[in-house]
Design a protein. Structure first.
Length: 237
């Protein structure tokens, strides 16, 4: 069956008012996948960058643990950012209507970085570039937490085969619909757990762990080592 791909910001703007209820009801892990994320933050975290922040479903638990944390959030859906700002009027939020694919995150500014159910729309090259920017924007000892739709052996006998087929289907649809190669369109292209870890490692992260899973919703954490730890790793035989 043919699927008409929607431009990414339009897709989420058109669904902003129903997003919270529909999204939580349809993903593996439901609301628990949002609540659990705060437990993986480093102690005494003061700054957070949240990529694809949307309506901020994950922020309630984060603010409960870190009431004064300063949050920088990127999203391309203006309607979702408006709803987020209305939810947390007393919090320190720097909300940026900008694609995290092209945004400059700066260097060494954040204790934690987070992405929730957003990066499964992109391929290896784009993800690796994002991971490198995340690595650079974290302080030494900072932690990146990713909660996403990731292909696992829960559902697939051969997750890599499934990934290859999904990416090929996406390529075919874009070609059939003559879509702009530089624009973002909504289509799920999840990767395998192994590929996720490889991309994070190539960006410089260490201690890459699977810390939580319900079916195909998986939480990964990855740490930016301090300089001394990085030296020990690079000099290891």
């Amino acid at each position: 069956m043919s699927v008409d791909l929607e431009e990414m910001s339009a897709f989420f703007n058109n669904r902003a008012l129903q997003y919270d209820s529909v999204h939580v009801a349809t993903i593996d892990g439901g609301a628990e996948s949002k609540r659990v994320l705060a437990s993986f933050f480093p102690e005494n975290a003061e700054t957070l960058i949240d990529l694809g922040i949307g309506t901020g479903l994950e922020l309630e638990a984060i603010f409960a643990r870190f009431p004064d944390i300063r949050v920088t959030g990127y999203d391309i859906a203006e309607g979702m950012l408006k709803l987020l700002a209305e939810k947390y009027p007393g919090k320190t939020l720097d909300l940026r209507l900008e694609s995290y694919l092209s945004a400059d995150f700066g260097r060494g500014a954040y204790d934690a970085a987070l992405s929730v159910m957003t990066l499964h729309h992109y391929g290896h090259e784009a993800k690796t570039a994002i991971y490198r920017k995340i690595f650079d924007c974290l302080r030494p000892g900072g932690v990146y937490i990713e909660c996403d739709y990731i292909l696992s052996d829960y559902e697939y006998d051969d997750p890599q085969k499934a990934e290859d087929e999904i990416f090929e289907r996406c390529r075919q649809l874009r070609a059939e619909q003559s879509l702009d190669g530089g624009a973002e369109y909504h289509f799920d292209t999840p990767c395998t757990v192994g590929n996720q870890k490889k991309m994070l490692a190539s960006a410089g992260f260490r201690e890459i762990k699977e810390v939580w899973q319900i079916k195909n919703t998986i939480v990964l954490t990855a740490t930016k080592q301090n300089n001394l730890e990085s030296c020990r790793i690079s000099s290891s035989p």
